[in-house]
Design a protein around this ligand. Structure first.
Ligand SMILES: Cc1cc2nc3c(=O)[nH]c(=O)nc-3n(C[C@H](O)[C@H](O)[C@H](O)COP(=O)(O)OP(=O)(O)OC[C@H]3O[C@@H](n4cnc5c(N)ncnc54)[C@H](O)[C@@H]3O)c2cc1C
Length: 145
């Protein structure tokens, strides 16, 4: 097996075709990682969430890391690590842009809209749109050789 660094263009291509990543945030030296669905647009990762632990933690400490991969098998895979800064999208035009980026996927809203237990009625929901502005990104890929 051979491992090599991915070019920036290959990293961007993988980001653009991926829809799920693992978002890591940290508060008071305690790490927290959850899977999220996202869209990639203009050097940003955009996602959607209900209020909860990850949103509280990213509001407290906006520095995050997101891991994305494309694994064929143990010897053929691609893996990206993205470091960036959480930016809550609060203005209407920001939320509209996030919506437009996400809606290219069917059912884009579902994974971020449900939690265990009774569901809130629609008018009580307080969805959060957020972006992660990418600071650095590295990719590695493995292949047989
Ligand atoms: C494929 C996939 C796509 C997803 N896409 C999104 C998305 O786009 N947006 C989104 O908001 N959520 C998404 N989720 C759900 C997400 O992973 C979290 O479960 C959810 O967002 C709740 O996170 P929270 O920090 O608000 O947790 P809270 O509801 O505040 O709960 C906090 C506690 O619950 C536990 N917990 C939370 N989530 C999980 C989990 N996934 N597994 C095990 N324990 C957990 C933790 O121990 C944590 O301490 C996705 C999940 C999957 C599997």
């Amino acid at each position: 097996m051979i491992i090599r660094e991915m070019s920036h263009a290959d990293c961007v291509a993988l980001l653009a075709k991926s829809w799920v990543g693992r978002l890591a945030c940290c508060k008071e030296n305690v790490p927290y990682v959850v899977p999220i669905q996202f869209a990639y647009v203009d050097n940003r990762i955009v996602s959607f969430s209900l209020p909860g632990q990850k949103i509280d933690w990213m509001r407290a400490n906006p520095r995050v890391c997101i891991q994305i991969d494309d694994i064929a098998d143990k010897h053929r895979w691609k893996c990206l690590l993205v470091n960036g800064v959480f930016k809550e999208q609060v203005r209407d035009e920001q939320r509209d842009r996030a919506w437009a980026a996400l809606k290219t996927d069917n059912d884009w809203w579902e994974p971020g809209s449900f939690k265990p237990g009774p569901q809130a009625i629609a008018s009580e929901r307080n969805h959060v749109f957020y972006a992660v502005d990418i600071d650095t990104m590295t990719g590695r890929e493995a292949f047989d050789g």
